[in-house]
Design a protein around this ligand. Structure first.
Ligand code: BEZ
Length: 393
């Protein structure tokens, strides 16, 4: 690869370089808006998740009068289509073409891997508002990589703990075959098997396939004590309906990380009633913070918020902590990062801090579907920190 140094650059090149540096460093002059690049799925099975994240983020910014650190926000958007193959190119568009100060993305763990790589290469601030891929706050952690959501390990671990406590012994898992499903199962297994349970079979199908029938039949034939699954978005709606239609709803207890029933209950209807899940958000937390968030969100978007909206809202809160510390001058990267690392996020889910690897340390709730709500049951695991294996920060 050719490397430029200032020595030997032709004058025309110098002029171009100077103008680019000015464009990229506009905020350093004290005049620029903060450029936020959303890289989210706006089509496909995760489209509603991407929209909720954007809604939550923008709502927080609106609550601050449209400014963070005293600067207005300019938004850029790319539909990542939950397609890992397009991820590096899409992330590069936001960073190189649009010159964003921060990338906010994404939902899908496979797509996230591409964004992390490009953000690290360019030293661009990245806030992950959903994707749980363990590597982002594990071996690929970095000073500029932050998460406002969870690691895949966390909700799985919480449910493994719950089922072991309930004395279950023999569980089958069923997920999409990509990092989110596989790492959820890993977390589940770690907690469940440490306390004497056994995962007797791990079943999967490619993302985003929804041909569940043969796998549902296979689960039934094994007759486990319970099944643990990871599905989300449109696929979760179909799975829950297929499970009930197969007549298994009252035969084999179905447990999951909370994505199975978050933002999906209207479409799942009766098929979802009674399903128990673990997640870092629940209906009925009833803190003043959560109540006002829900009220404002319903007013602004004519929708009930879900976990994705909360994560988007908190991504904006994280950015606000960084931008506030430098009065909006996002070129002061070290100061932005330090402030983000040290902040306590006053989230609707409950206040959380970040681990050394920049992942939320947070409570995981046990919830049960009742009507259109994932009603809070208990705290399944308090202040659960991802082990951040392989992170050297
Ligand atoms: C993921 O791919 O990491 C993911 C997608 C939807 C919900 C939760 C996790």
């Amino acid at each position: 690869m050719h490397r430029f140094t200032s020595r030997g650059l032709a004058p025309a090149c110098l002029a171009i370089a100077a103008s680019l540096a000015f464009a990229a460093g506009a905020n350093a002059q004290g005049t620029g808006k903060i450029k936020v690049g959303f890289m989210l799925p706006y089509t496909g099975t995760y489209a509603s998740l991407g929209n909720a994240i954007e809604n939550g983020f923008k709502m927080y910014v609106q609550e601050q009068g449209g400014k963070l650190g005293g600067r207005e926000i300019e938004y850029f958007k790319v539909d990542d289509e939950s397609d890992p193959a397009k991820s590096p190119e899409n992330a590069t568009k936001l960073i190189k073409r649009d010159q964003v100060d921060v990338v906010v993305g994404t939902v899908h763990s496979g797509v996230q891997m591409g964004i992390v790589k490009v953000a690290k290469e360019n030293n661009t601030l990245l806030i992950i508002p959903n994707a749980g891929v363990d590597e982002a706050t594990g071996p690929l952690c970095g000073p500029n990589i932050f998460r406002s959501s969870f690691s895949n390990w966390q909700p799985g671990y919480a449910m493994g703990h719950v089922l072991a406590e309930r004395g279950m012994k023999k569980v089958v898992t069923l997920t999409w075959k990509y990092a989110a499903g596989e790492q959820s199962v890993k977390g589940f297994k770690e907690a469940f098997e440490a306390k004497g349970g056994k995962v007797v079979k791990e079943l999967s199908l490619p993302f985003p396939n929804v041909e569940f029938q043969a796998l549902i039949t296979e689960v039934a034939s094994i007759k486990p004590d319970a099944v643990f699954v990871f599905f989300a978005g449109g696929g979760a709606v179909k799975f829950v309906k297929d499970w009930a239609a197969a007549g298994l709803k009252d035969k084999i207890p179905l447990y999951a990380s909370g994505f199975l029933t978050d933002g999906t209950l209207e479409a799942q209807g009766a098929a979802a009633q009674g399903i128990e899940t673990t997640l870092h958000y629940a209906d009925g937390l009833s803190s003043p913070r959560d109540k006002s968030f829900r009220l404002e969100y319903a007013k602004a978007y004519k929708l009930q918020p879900d976990v994705y909206a909360v994560q988007g809202y908190d991504a904006a809160q994280l950015l606000a902590a960084g931008a506030g510390a430098v009065k909006g001058d996002m070129s002061k990267k070290a100061e932005v990062i330090k402030a983000m690392e040290q902040t306590k996020v006053d989230s609707p889910r409950g206040t959380f801090t970040l681990s050394k690897a920049h992942n939320p340390v947070q409570d995981f709730y046990l919830r049960k579907v009742d009507g259109r709500e994932n009603k809070l049951g208990a705290v399944a695991v308090k202040a659960l920190a991802d082990p951040a294996r392989g992170c050297r920060l």
